[in-house]
Design a protein around this ligand. Structure first.
Ligand code: 5AD
Ligand code: SF4
Length: 569
C-alpha cells in the first residue's frame, strides 16, 4: 500500500522550488537589503500561515506563490561567506546528501568549517531508521541549542538546521519542541536551503519537507568532504517503493526515482579524472534502477525478478535498467573499482550476476539483505520471498560468481518473532556464512504497516538477547569465511595510515573487507626492480597472515594494477 505523496505546495506549506515566475521576481527586487527583507518578512505570512494553508486547490497555489516571491530577493539568498558546519548521521546516502547540500550552499556563497565553535550555521543531516538514531540527534540538538543560547549579543546569531529523514518525519514536532531550531529541510528540499536560511536570518523558523516525484539532484555535483579520498559515492536513485512493513524509508525519502544515466556516467568520469579509484553506486534500492529519461527506451520490457521473488507493485515497464548502468559505469575507467549498495535481493537477473563476474573492475561483493531466516517473519515483513527462495538466490550467486563476498542485514525481534523463527535466522547465518553483517534490534516506527497492523510484542530484553546471539554467530562464521583467505594474496586499494598505528597502512580488498599491513617498501610492479612505498590510491597485493571477523592482516607483496591482477586471476 503506497502512501500518496505531496507534490507541489504541501505539508509544510512552502512553495515548490523555483516557480516559473521566480526569476522575474528576483530581478525586480534585487538590491534591497537584509533589513528591508526582515521588515517585509515580519509583516508577511508566517510558517503557521502556511501550515493552515496546506494543500490548497491549484488556483490558490499560484496565488500564494505570486504573493510570496517579493519576500525573497536574490541578494538575500547569498551566504555572504557565513560558515557552515555539517554533521552527518546514518547511512551512506546521508554522506552523499551532505555533499549535495554542501554543493548547493557553496554555490550560494557559504564557506565550510570543520570547527563547530566557528560556525554561523550548523546543519545536522539526520536518520530516522531506528529510535536510537533519532535519540542521538535529539541529544545532540540539546547541546547545540545550549551553544546557541550562549552566543554573545555582539556575535551574529548561530542558526541551526535539521536536514534529511528526521526532518521529514518530525517536521512540526522539531519546530515546536526545539524553538531554537531555525530550519527544517527534508531529503528532497536541499535546493531550497539558501532560501530557508535567508528566512531564518530574519529570526523566523522555516521549513520545507515536500517530497518530490522526480528530484534526483542530477545536476548538482556533490562536493566531497575529503577531496583526497580514494573512493566516492555516486547517488543513482532515491526513494523506495518496496514498503517493507518495518521500514520508515518510503515515508521519509518518498517514491523511487532514478537519475538519468548520462549524468551518472558524467560524474563517474569526473571522479576518475580527479584520481578517485573506487566508486560506490548508491541508492535505497540500487538494482531497481530505471532511467526513463531517454525516449527510445520507454517501452523496454521489465526484466524478470529473481526466481521465487515478488513485489507489492506491478512490474514497471520501460527505461534503462541496472545491468545497462553497471555495464556503462564499469567501462568509464578500467582502473576504477565499481561497487553498489544497497540492493534488494528481488532484482538480481542473470545478466547482472554475469556482469559482476565478467568485468574485472566490478567488485565480487554483493549485499543481499535477508532480514530474517524465517519465511513466516519474511511474510510479515512483506519482503516478497521465502527462506528457500533466498537460499536458492545465494546458490545462484555463488555459482555465477565463484568466491563472491556476501553481506547482509538482519533484524532481531520483529513483531511476532518466536524462538523458533529466531533459530531459523541463526541457521541461515550459519548456512550462508556472510563475510560482512549489519544486525539490528527491531525498532517500531510510526506510519509503517507494522506499526498499524502488527504488535511489537517481543520484549526489549529478548530482542537484545537474540541480537547478541545473532552477532556472535555472525562473527564466528565471518571469522571462518575470512580465515579461508589466510595464506592467499588479496588485491587491496590503499586508503591511508591505519587508525591504530602510523607504521601500518589500511585498505579494502575486493570483498570490501578491511586489510591492515605494515608500511614497508615493495616492488613497484613494473618488473623494473624499483622499490617504492605504497600511497593512497595504489592497488597492492597483500599476502594475508591472519584474519578476524572484521579485519585481515597481512604483508605487502608488490604494487599492481586492476587489469594486471585480473589477468593473473
Ligand atoms: N528496526 C530495525 N532495523 C531496521 N532496518 C530498517 N528498518 C528497521 C527498523 N524499524 C534495518 C534493515 C535495513 C537496514 C538499513 O536497517 O535491516 O536493511
Ligand atoms: Fe526499507 Fe530497504 Fe525495504 Fe525499501 S527495500 S522499504 S529501504 S528495507
Amino acid at each position: 500500500m503506497l502512501q500518496p505523496l505531496k507534490h507541489g505546495l504541501g505539508a509544510a506549506g512552502t512553495f515548490p522550488w523555483r516557480p516559473l515566475s521566480w526569476r522575474r521576481a528576483r530581478l525586480s527586487t534585487r538590491g534591497r537589503g537584509l533589513e528591508d527583507f526582515g521588515t517585509r518578512l515580519a509583516a508577511g505570512p508566517t510558517l503557521r500561515h502556511f501550515l493552515r494553508n496546506a494543500s490548497p486547490p491549484q488556483e490558490t497555489r499560484h496565488q500564494l506563490v505570486e504573493e510570496l516571491e517579493p519576500y525573497v530577493p536574490s541578494s538575500i539568498l547569498e551566504g555572504a561567506r557565513r560558515k557552515v558546519y555539517l554533521e552527518t548521521y546514518g547511512c551512506q546516502m546521508n554522506v552523499n546528501d551532505t555533499e549535495i547540500a554542501w554543493a548547493i550552499l557553496q554555490k550560494s556563497g557559504y564557506l565550510r568549517t570543520h570547527r563547530l565553535e566557528e560556525a554561523d550555521v550548523i546543519l545536522l543531516v539526520t536518520c530516522s531508521i531506528r529510535e536510537k538514531a533519532e535519540q542521538a540527534i535529539w541529544n545532540r540538538l540539546r547541546h547545540l541549542t545550549a551553544l546557541k543560547s550562549k552566543r554573545l549579543r555582539s556575535q551574529a546569531p548561530l542558526r541551526i538546521g535539521i536536514l534529511g529523514c528526521m526532518a521529514e518525519r518530525l517536521k512540526e514536532e522539531i519546530l515546536h519542541k526545539e524553538k531554537l531550531v531555525d530550519i527544517v529541510a527534508g531529503p528532497d528540499a536541499y535546493r531550497d536551503l539558501p532560501r530557508l536560511l535567508a528566512v531564518a536570518e530574519s529570526g523566523q523558523q522555516a521549513a520545507n519537507v515536500l517530497l518530490s516525484l522526480d528530484e534526483t539532484y542530477a545536476d548538482v555535483l556533490p562536493v566531497q568532504t575529503s577531496p583526497d579520498a580514494t573512493s566516492a559515492f555516486v547517488s543513482i536513485m532515491r526513494g523506495c517503493d518496496n514498503m517493507c512493513s518495518y521500514c520508515i524509508v518510503p515515508f521519509t525519502r518518498g517514491r523511487e526515482r532514478s537519475r538519468p544515466l548520462a549524468s551518472i556516467l558524467q560524474e563517474v568520469k569526473m571522479l576518475s579524472d580527479q584520481g578517485v579509484k573506487e566508486v560506490t553506486l548508491l541508492g535505497q534500492n540500487v538494482n531497481s534502477f530505471r532511467d526513463t529519461s531517454e525516449v527510445q527506451f520507454r517501452s523496454a520490457a521489465a526484466p524478470g525478478l529473481s526466481r521465487g521473488f515478488s513485489t507489492i507493485y506491478r512490474a514497471k515497464e520501460g527505461g534503462l535498467r541496472f545491468a545497462h548502468l553497471l555495464d556503462q559505469a564499469s567501462r568509464v575507467d578500467p582502473e576504477m573499482r565499481i561497487r553498489f549498495t544497497s540492493p534488494h535481493p528481488k532484482d538480481f537477473p542473470d545478466e547482472v550476476l554475469q556482469l559482476v563476474q565478467d568485468r574485472h573492475n566490478i567488485c565480487k561483493q554483493l549485499h543481499l539483505p535477508a532480514q530474517s531466516g524465517s519465511s513466516r517473519v519474511l511474510e510479515a515483513m512483506r519482503r516478497g520471498y521465502t527462506r528457500e527462495a533466498y537460499l536458492e538466490l545465494v546458490q545462484r550467486v555463488r555459482d555465477s560468481i565463484p568466491g563472491v563476498s556476501l553481506s547482509s542485514d538482519f533484524i532481531a525481534g520483529f513483531c511476532g518473532e518466536t524462538e523458533d523463527d529466531h533459530q531459523q535466522t541463526v541457521s541461515l547465518l550459519r548456512q550462508v556464512r556472510y563475510n560482512v553483517g549489519f544486525l539490528f534490534a527491531y525498532s517500531m516506527r510510526q506510519k509503517t504497516r507494522a506499526y498499524h497492523r502488527l504488535q511489537d510484542d517481543v520484549p526489549a530484553e529478548v530482542k537484545r538477547r537474540r541480537l547478541e546471539e545473532l552477532i556472535s554467530v555472525f562473527r564466528e562464521e565471518a571469522s571462518r569465511a575470512n580465515g579461508a583467505m589466510v595464506g592467499r594474496s588479496q588485491l587491496v586499494l590503499v586508503e591511508g595510515p591505519s587508525k591504530r598505528s602510523a607504521a601500518e597502512l589500511c585498505g579494502r580488498n575486493d570483498g570490501n573487507i578491511r586489510v591492515v599491513f605494515p608500511d614497508t617498501e615493495m616492488e613497484d610492479g613494473t618488473g623494473s626492480g624499483a622499490v617504492v612505498r605504497a600511497q593512497p590510491g595504489d592497488y597492492v597485493l597483500v599476502k594475508v597472515t591472519s584474519a578476524s571477523s572484521q579485519t585481515l592482516k597481512g604483508v605487502l607483496l608488490r604494487r599492481t594494477s586492476l587489469r594486471e591482477s585480473a589477468a593473473h586471476r
